[in-house]
Design a protein around this ligand. Structure first.
Ligand SMILES: Cc1cc2nc3c(=O)[nH]c(=O)nc-3n(C[C@H](O)[C@H](O)[C@H](O)COP(=O)(O)OP(=O)(O)OC[C@H]3O[C@@H](n4cnc5c(N)ncnc54)[C@H](O)[C@@H]3O)c2cc1C
Length: 444
């Protein structure tokens, strides 16, 4: 099947790392038409969302218009739409408005969404960090709390400056470190009447170490850096409940708080379940080693939404590098399909992993042997790699200016409280907090 002009069409759902990687590779081939569909008109750079939430970067630094990614490629057509149905037999997707697109090949790259693991109150009261919308909501909540305490220090008693971060993976650690820098450096410089030392940042994780994917030496390093910056780490501890004015930990501790950040896990984007795709581990869609959906012709599933087979019967982790490479690989297999050639099994090139802990502190495992670097050198490597991965020269330049500003000044970056609804807090006395105030672990 091909279009009247002889072009083959590829429909891609999702303009994240995976969908964009696929579209960019296909865009090089003028005899292929690409329809790239996303519910947002921009690509969001998830690894830097925490820097928007903590006022280090502006939203425009981490989001780039999808149309601007393809300024000269007339064979790429970007559509702003929410996909609600997928017909894998006919490679057709339908939007919530009833529009339909059919391709000679279909690529599903819908990414992931937060998983609250049925924790009571988490979906209603916690702040996840998986989209630009999430990041600006959290930024307004943090700034709203600072402004409220600046006006009325009495609110400290109700946990106004207690922050609970759920999840000791990269998202949780990066948020905790950046928030600690904000509280230790920016807040004393800008909120002169506020007792920043009374703020609490609690990082909670069920496991026995933070940043599990790194070495034992790295675990010691991250624990030491966070401790020096005043972050309380609660390991082997879960969160049993999140309410509007407190969080309850699995050991019974009640922490008065109006800001619980959720970095506790992800599951596949709703498009997987809503569209009836068979879901495997983590709610993700199991794919074959060549990234196709079993039993469907020329339907590919890539990036976070897919369980992609890795070495020794594992599945590959949900990382930007896996998403980007799987999207690019799917493009190559689609081109092979069109030429009647054989598809190849996906071979992931693991270039290492990195995590930022805060100012001048990061961990990087790089190279074939995963050589581990800590501290300032890793910090510089992290900045370089992330700047290089960002789409758009303007975003890269703006991010570098904001990072330099942060490096050499004490004042914060773009501290914009633009979503007032998330700064409106119900300060009524919380009966759970009031009744637990005598417990040593619950004081603000
Ligand atoms: C806070 C955070 C920090 C991270 N840090 C790192 C890091 O340091 N290093 C690293 O390698 N990885 C990191 N990751 C993981 C990495 O960002 C993801 O693995 C990667 O973004 C996945 O890419 P993707 O294209 O599969 O999905 P996404 O980037 O999530 O893109 C999916 C796209 O699909 C669109 N979409 C979804 N459903 C629909 C629908 N029904 N209709 C239309 N459009 C739809 C979404 O709008 C989105 O644009 C981080 C992730 C998060 C959340």
């Amino acid at each position: 099947m091909s279009e009247a002009n002889g072009k083959r069409r590829v429909v891609i759902v999702g303009g994240g790392f995976a969908g964009l990687g696929c579209a960019q590779r296909l865009a090089e081939h003028e005899d292929v038409g690409v329809t790239l569909i996303d519910r947002n008109n921009y690509h969001q750079f998830q690894p830097l969302l925490y820097q928007v939430a903590t006022s280090l970067l502006a939203p425009s630094d981490v989001a780039n218009s999808l149309r601007a990614v393809f300024p000269d490629q007339r064979n790429v057509d970007v559509k702003l739409a929410e996909i609600s149905e997928v017909d894998t037999t006919n490679r057709t997707v339908s939007t919530t408005d009833g529009e339909r697109w059919t391709g000679d090949a279909l690529v599903l790259a819908g990414g992931s969404q937060p998983n609250f693991f049925h924790t009571p109150g988490a979906a209603e009261h916690a702040f996840p960090l998986y989209s630009l919308d999430n990041a600006t909501r959290l930024r307004s909540r943090i700034l709203g709390l600072l402004e409220a305490v600046d006006r009325n220090p009495e609110l400290m008693r109700l946990g106004a400056l207690n922050f609970v971060i759920v999840g000791g993976g990269p998202t949780g650690v990066e948020v905790a470190g950046a928030l600690a820098d904000m509280i230790n450096v920016t807040v004393p410089a800008e909120y002169r009447n506020l007792d920043a030392k009374a703020a609490r940042i609690c990082l909670v994780d069920l496991g026995d170490a933070l940043l599990k994917a790194f070495s034992d030496k790295a675990h010691g390093y991250v624990a030491r850096v966070l401790d020096e910056r005043g972050v309380e780490v609660h390991l082997r501890t879960g969160v049993n409940e999140v309410a509007s004015g407190h969080a309850v930990l699995s050991d019974g501790t009640v922490i008065p708080t109006h800001c619980v950040v959720w970095g506790g896990g992800i599951t596949a984007a709703p498009v997987a379940a809503d569209c009836g795709l068979a879901q495997g581990r983590g709610g993700r869609v199991d794919v074959q080693p060549d990234l196709t959906l079993p039993g469907s012709e020329r339907v590919y599933v890539v990036g976070d939404i897919a369980n992609i087979p890795g070495p020794e019967e594992t599945v590959l982790p949900q990382l930007g590098s896996v998403a980007l490479q799987s999207g690019q690989w799917a493009a190559e297999n689609i081109l092979a399909d069109f030429k009647g050639e054989e598809r190849k099994e996906f071979a992931y090139r693991d270039k290492g992993i990195m995590a930022m802990i805060g100012r001048k502190a990061a961990i990087a495992e790089v190279g074939k042997n995963h050589h581990e670097v800590h501290g300032q050198l890793a910090h510089v490597a992290w900045l370089g790699v992330h700047a290089a991965l960002m789409t758009g020269m303007r975003s890269k330049l703006e991010a570098v200016i904001d990072w330099s500003w942060d490096r050499f000044t004490k004042t914060g970056g773009p501290q914009v409280l633009d979503r007032g609804e998330f700064a409106e807090i119900d300060w009524e006395d919380d009966p759970v907090v009031t009744s637990s105030e005598s417990a040593p672990t619950s004081s603000a």
